[in-house]
Design a protein around this ligand. Structure first.
Ligand code: ZN
Length: 172
């Protein structure tokens, strides 16, 4: 760390205390050259680990999610702004729920639940990538499911739970 005033790195910590309201440690530092003082906060850096199908982990990257969503939403009613919003919403949800680890299929389910109510075409495209349909009947099932959901009354809530279990194919 460098002094924000003179940019050299001989710093002395003069005080260190808990800042529970920010879940952080607050430190007063004094530059040994210009003698100016400033405060730093040490916080936990929250990263979510994504467990991939091959068993390896990678850091959750919002950018990657946006990329996948953009591909599914191209030429649909969903704008790029909406894509960014969805990705931000999902990221915030995970952080709010203090998720530390999520599997690729779980992440896919969350995204699909968001897309399902917005645009069925984007939903199916995304489902194709995430579910890796191996035969056409699975794909048809998914299409029929989203169709009947969009036709039915009170589609948003009660259907979601039912559909979720229905779509949980042995593939995932
Ligand atoms: Zn300084």
């Amino acid at each position: 760390m460098k002094c924000p005033f003179c940019h050299q790195n001989e710093l002395k910590v003069t005080d260190s205390r808990d800042a529970p309201e920010m879940n952080a440690i607050r430190r007063r530092r004094e530059c040994q050259r210009c003698l100016r003082r400033f405060t730093t906060f040490e916080t936990v850096e929250l990263t979510i680990q994504v467990l991939k199908r091959d068993g390896s982990y990678e850091d959750f990257q919002k950018q990657k999610l946006i990329h996948g969503l953009n591909a599914a939403c191209r030429h649909t009613t969903i704008s790029h702004e909406q894509v960014v919003h969805i990705a931000e919403q999902i990221t915030m949800d995970c952080m709010d729920r203090q998720v530390r680890e999520i599997t690729t299929p779980e992440l896919g389910e969350i995204v699909m639940n968001q897309l399902k109510n917005l645009d069925p075409v984007a939903y199916i495209r995304f489902a194709c990538v995430y579910r890796r349909f191996t035969d056409i009947s699975e794909l048809m099932d998914a299409i029929q499911a989203v169709q009947s959901e969009n036709d039915g009354p009170g589609k948003k809530n009660n259907a979601k739970v039912k559909k979720h279990s229905h779509l949980k194919s042995p593939l995932v």
